[in-house]
Design a protein around this ligand. Structure first.
Ligand SMILES: [Zn+2]
Length: 115
């Protein structure tokens, strides 16, 4: 298992970031794919923007962009249709041979949403 997968199993979302140009390197790698410098691991924000979604067999799958740099595919929880552009929360990540990402809407049903 890679470092990335181990962290996912602990419900931690980390990625490699270039120590020189600060680009987040996705998929995770020991070297920057732009300037070839070495990368370091850091935790990524768990809030991202929904770029696209689709339904398959009753399940909703979405692409969420984190830190305006990397796009992750995962399952979108909830019974309501999400809106493209809305902020999603990375509720859970895991690894069981495949990367598992579960997103949920950050909109609170009972009222105030931080903006
Ligand atoms: Zn770089």
């Amino acid at each position: 298992m890679s470092r990335f997968e181990e962290e996912l199993k602990r419900d931690k979302f980390v990625c490699s970031e270039c120590s020189r140009c600060k680009k987040i390197v996705w998929p995770p790698s020991n070297y920057c794919n732009k300037c070839l410098n070495e990368t370091t691991w850091r935790e990524i924000s768990r809030k991202g923007k929904l770029v696209e979604y689709s339904y398959n067999k009753g399940e909703c799958f979405g692409i969420v962009e984190f830190e305006s740099q990397i796009r992750i595919v995962g399952t979108v929880k909830g019974s309501e249709r999400p809106d493209v552009g809305q902020i999603m929360n990375l509720e859970k990540c895991d690894y069981d041979g495949d990367e598992i990402f579960i997103f949920s809407s950050t909109v609170q049903r009972n009222g105030s949403q931080n903006s």
